[in-house]
Design a protein. Structure first.
Length: 155
């Protein structure tokens, strides 16, 4: 269990670029994350969480036969988040499409926690300092229970 936890922390730190050096290999550039997808049972409620709570921007709705999709953009660009609401009797493949947890690098975790609380979205796991990794970490959930780990890197 301890090794699994240490491996998970190492993966987070690597993804945040905490001094990790990537080996230069010949060939095409490495893949970069483009988007993550979360299922939503109520798009308006989910959009409010991500826009009012986290500051993302909704860019419209895409209506398809079996699903409505709402792309959300992070401030400054980069990766996007796609919310999906399955229609009628259409069932999402294998239940709700979920990823284990979306990990976000945030500039001021305490200010974001206060903003989320003020908007009615409390943290599910309070801010914890991990001085050995120079980070602050907290966990929140969107209205559908999708987890978001909020990480602030320190000096």
């Amino acid at each position: 269990m301890r090794h699994a936890r240490m491996a998970a922390v190492a993966a987070v730190l690597f993804s945040l670029g905490c001094g990790a050096v990537q080996a230069q290999t010949p060939g095409p550039p490495p893949a970069k994350a483009l988007s993550a997808t979360f299922a939503s049972t109520n798009l308006d409620r989910s959009i409010a969480f991500y826009t009012q709570g986290l500051g993302l921007t909704a860019t419209g709705r895409m209506e398809r036969k079996e699903v409505t999709e709402v792309p959300l953009l992070f401030p400054g660009g980069g990766m996007s988040l796609l919310l999906m609401r399955w229609k009628g009797d259409a069932a999402s493949p294998h239940g709700k499409p979920r990823i284990g947890r979306l990990i976000l690098n945030v500039p001021d975790l305490k200010a974001l926690a206060a903003r989320l609380q003020a908007a009615g979205y409390p943290l599910q796991r309070p801010i914890a300092e991990q001085p050995q990794f120079h980070i602050l970490v907290a966990v929140t959930e969107d209205p559908d229970g999708n987890q978001l780990e909020l990480v602030q890197r320190g000096p």
